[in-house]
Design a protein around this ligand. Sequence first.
Ligand code: SAM
Length: 328
Amino acid sequence: MVGSDRIDDLIAAVPRALALRAGLDLGIFTQLGDSALTADGLGTLFNIAPDRLSRLLYALASFGLLEVEDGRFRNGAEASAFLDASKKTYRGGDHALLRELWGADLLTAESLRQSRPAALHDFSQAGPEAAAAFSRKLAPGAAIFGRYLAQEIDLSAIGSVIDIGGGPGTILVGLRERWPRIAATLMELPTVAAAAPEILSEYGVDDVVVEEGDITVAPSIGRHDLAILKAVVQVLPPDQARRSILNAARCLTPGGEIAIAGWGVVDDDRLGPPEGVFLNLTFLNLYRHGESYTEGQYRAWMTEAGFGDISRSRLADGCTLFRARLAG
Ligand SMILES: C[S@@+](CC[C@H](N)C(=O)[O-])C[C@H]1O[C@@H](n2cnc3c(N)ncnc32)[C@H](O)[C@@H]1O
């Protein structure tokens, strides 16, 4: 008889992910740090009744994110490495963004039935407060991506980098932890650009040049050795996606490099990678036109823009990275 293991596994994964989210929302993993605390101790620190909090603590312990011994809870190895905000390897900063994305994901059937995004997110129409709030949600993950990118690309010969559609601009923060001397420019739509300096200053950075612009209309006013477009092409309709890459090429010096990244990329058969396939559903709920474009589409747009040596790789967090270079 055919069992329903696959369906059972899928359904079982959701409550675990939601428990993880609650733990991140409360800051449990960070509060625990390297210590071991009882539910009473944690309850006092969070001002939450211990008998209620302990349900979450045991739930997190049931799948190994926490460990429990003699009523004391401590971080398991993975939580200690990736969910404690005091660690450089922290990955939990995205939880505010995930709240928005998972909320949107619940609306997929509705978006399809209504032929419109049920949780519309329009970057060009967002007011200053909404734009700043969204950039804040992006900031921690973008800084982490900047660190990944700094490990991936040798930037020793790069004098100037531009992060196009960089939101809060914190990719540049992560990148320059390893390559501090590189001049950095953020190019963004006006409302998003306006919010960036304050967020960057919270990361201790005040020397990023913030340039207002629409990459689908014109390139940067400057020329740079590296242009980054992360999670930008995927939010645009196809004709604008193409133009964003054409204009990104015009931001570069001869021989300059482009790094196009995002989870919103799919193989030409559209069956993988899972990040791109499922983010494509999230996009149905958020954007009128953005989507996970195929590798073939990205390659065609880059080739048309004059790029050669096109390569595709996958970063540790599942993000797709295309790299390519203009002729010298
Ligand atoms: C999903 S966010 C990604 C932000 C950032 N790159 C990151 O990965 O955290 C998409 C960003 O693209 C920007 N954007 C959208 N259309 C743009 C355009 N035409 N020109 C410049 N930026 C644009 C948005 O304002 C937004 O900050």
